[in-house]
Ligand binder design. Sequence first.
Ligand code: NA7
Length: 536
Amino acid sequence: MTPRPGVDLLVVGAGFAGLYALHAARTAGLSVRCLEAADGIGGTWYHNRYPGCRCDVESIDYSYSFDPGLQDEWEWSERYATQPEILAYIEHVADRFDLHRDIELGTRVESARFDEAASEWTVRTSGGEAHRAQYVVLATGALSDPVTPDLPGVHDFAGTVLHTAQWPAEEPDLHGKRIGVIGTGSSGIQAVPELAERAAELTVFQRTANYSVPAFNRPLTAEDQERIRAEYPERRAVARRSGGGSPHEAHPRRTAEVSEAERQEAFERTWRTGGVLFSKTFPDQMSDLEANGYARRFFEAKLAGVVEDPRTLDDLTPKDHPIGAKRICTDSGYYAAFNRDHVHLVNLRREPLTRVTPDGVATDRAHYDLDVLVFATGFDALTGTLGRMDVRGPGGATLADAWSDGPLTYLGMHVPGLPNLFLLNGPGSPAVLANMVLTSEQQVDWVVDLVAGVRERGATQVEARADAARAWNEHVAELADRTLFPQADSWYVGANVEGKKRTFMLYAGGLGTYTRVCDQVRDEGYPGLVLTSRAG
Ligand code: NA7
C-alpha cells in the first residue's frame, strides 16, 4: 500500500497523554497525526467501564493544567469523578481544541521501522496502512494490556465472563445474578460495592489481601467550585513540585519523632483526605519498615471498626506487604460490603482455586455456583503493550531485544537504538507513581521542546546514548532500593505476569525532582542524547 504523506510527529494512543501530545505538537507548529486502536478516545477511561470505576486522584488535580480557560470552565461534580464523567471531560477537551480531525480511531499500530537515510519512521497499522513520520510518540498507556489468568477450565465456564478493563459499553443485566469476582486490587475493590447492589450472591475470590482507604467522596458544592478556581494556580504549582503530583506535602517530621497523639492526628488527617495520600502521611512511611508499621497498625484499627465477622476481618487484613508497597486502593464501601449477608469472601490462600467449572469456581474445599465471572486481575503494566509492538530501529534492533533483560530507558522517554521515538509514562519515569495527567503534560512539553531543539541545531535525529540509559536505569534502581516498593509482589515489579523479569520499573524520586532533572538535561544541551543530521 502507498504510504500516506509524512507528518512531523505521529502520536500512538489517544488517552490523556496522547491527546495532549497532539495538541502541544500542533501548537508548536508541527504537523501531527494520532492513531488510536479503540473506537473512541480516552485510553484507560474508554476501556475501564466497570461499575464503580473512578480515579484515585481527586478530579480537580487529575485534569489538564495547560490551559487556564479549560481549567476554569470545567466543573467536576464530585471529588472523585466517575469514569463516565472523566470520559465526558476528555471528549470536551478534544472538542474544545478540535483534536478529532487529526485522530484515526480503530487503528492499531502493528509495527514501526526506522529508515536512517530518510530519518523517518514508517508505522504500519492493523488496517494495512503505512504512515510516515519523522518522530513517533508512544502514548500507549502504562496499564493498557489486561491480564486474564489462564485458570484450568476457564474456557468451559458457561456463564458470562467479564474483565474490568474490557467492560462492555452495554453492561449485561447483572441484577439477581450470582457473581464471582477474582482479584482484589483497585479495580476489584471499586467494583465490589456496586456489584453487591446488583447481585443475588456476590463471591469475592481473594489471593492477597490489600490495603484500601475510603475515598470520602462527596459532591462538590458551588462554594467548593469558587474556592477551587481561586486556589487553582497555587494548587497546581504545589502539585508539580510534589512527589505524587497532588497538592500534598508530608508531615515535616519522621513518624517516630512525634508523640503518639500527634502521630494519630496526622494519620487521621490524611485518612480523612481519602485514598492514596494516606501513604504519604510521614516522609519516611514508604522507606522505613518501622515507620510503615505505625501506618499499618492505624489501618488495621480502622478495618477492625468496619468488618463485623472476625474471620472475614482476619482474611481481609493484609499480612505480607508493607502498606503502600502495592498501590493503596481507594474505595467507597468495600469493607462494609462484607457485612452484607449475600457478600462472601473466599480466601484463596486458605482454600486454593483448583479450577473453573461450567457452573462456577471450585476450590479444594468447595464449589461456588456462579452465573457471572468477573476478572479484576490487572495488567501487564508498563511494558506489556510496548513489548507487543514490533518496533525496529536502524540496525534492526527491536524494543523487545533492547528490553530482554528488563526495560532500559533514558529518563523513561528514550530507548537507545530507537532514534526519534519517545515514550510517554514509560518505564523509568514517575508515571503511575504520580498524577498521570501532570506527568503526561511534563513529558510532552519536554519532548516538544526537544524536537524544536533538534531542529534549531540543524539535526534530524535524536537518540539516547546507551551509557546514559544504563546510568539512568541504575539511578532508578537505587532510588527504588531506598523504598519499600520492591518488597511487594506487585505489578510495579512485574510479579503479576509469569516469566516477567522482576524489576521495579518506575522512577521513585517523585514528579518534582524528575521534572528538575529533565529540565537540567535540557538546559545543559541534552548530554544524554546524541543529535545527528541525515548527512551524519
Ligand atoms: P491489580 O492491582 O494488579 O490487582 C489484580 C488483582 O487480581 C490482585 O488482587 C491479584 O492478586 C489478583 N489476581 C491476579 N491473578 C490472579 C489469579 N490467578 N488468581 C487469583 N487472583 C489473581 O489490578 P487492578 O486492575 O485492580 O489495578 C491496577 C491499577 O489500576 C491500580 O493499581 C491503579 O493504579 C489503577 P495478587 O495480589 O497478585 O495476589
